[in-house]
Design a binder for this molecule. Structure first.
Ligand SMILES: Cc1cc2nc3c(=O)[nH]c(=O)nc-3n(C[C@H](O)[C@H](O)[C@H](O)COP(=O)(O)O)c2cc1C
Length: 184
């Protein structure tokens, strides 16, 4: 990885192998500027259930892995469906593990909710990222309803408006990162 590489960590709220949210992350990764390295965080389902009494720094290997991955990233993208009008438990669990460590505090972040509807989870995520102190730029939050009609069985994003909207989210996230780390 080159010194000027911009590292983006993606957290996916769906654990399904053929997840449409995963497909959106792959689209963003494939269409990002060459200077961007976008990595999917793979360990979200390996985290223990959040317990504030166990929430000490470096207490758990999987938790440390998550916190280190976030700390080493220049920016974070969350891409998630809505389950039962809320944020998927696995994703919320991961985010809860970052409260005490402050890993997301001041971190440029983008929030994409791609679901059948998704409005409630999207609103909740915006509140959660405010609580975590992340920097969600204007333009870096996107709700994609009717997601199953916009991604095909091969995991390709087929809806042109969605493709353009995803590129704009990436632009907004990169703008926020550059604001935090201005060129010398
Ligand atoms: C248990 C369950 C609950 C769901 N609840 C909602 C919901 O409340 N709102 C919504 O918009 N979609 C809901 N959905 C539909 C998901 O948005 C849809 O399955 C989406 O494609 C999942 O994202 P993925 O393809 O990335 O896994 C639910 C799906 C499941 C399996």
């Amino acid at each position: 990885m080159q010194a000027n590489t911009i590292r983006i960590l993606a957290l996916c709220g769906s654990l399904r192998p053929n997840s449409s949210n995963h497909a959106l992350i792959q689209f963003i990764s494939a269409n990002a500027p060459a200077v961007v390295a976008c990595t999917l965080f793979e360990g979200i389902d390996c985290l223990p259930h959040f317990n504030p009494d166990l929430d000490i720094l470096d207490a758990d290997k999987a938790v440390k892995h998550l916190r280190d991955a976030i700390s080493q990233a220049d920016g974070v993208i969350v891409c998630t469906p809505e389950y039962a009008f809320g944020v998927p438990g696995s994703l919320k669990n991961a985010l809860d593990w970052t409260v005490y460590s402050g890993s997301l505090h001041g971190k440029p972040a983008a929030i994409i909710t791609a679901s059948s509807s998704g409005e409630k989870a999207h609103t909740a995520l915006l509140h959660i990222f405010t609580a975590l102190g992340a920097s969600v730029a204007s333009g870096a939050a996107l709700l994609v309803p009717y997601i199953r009609t916009k991604v095909n069985n091969q995991g390709e994003v087929t809806d042109e408006a969605t493709r353009q909207a995803l590129l704009r989210v990436m632009d907004a996230l990169l703008g926020e990162i550059n604001k935090e780390q201005p060129n010398p």
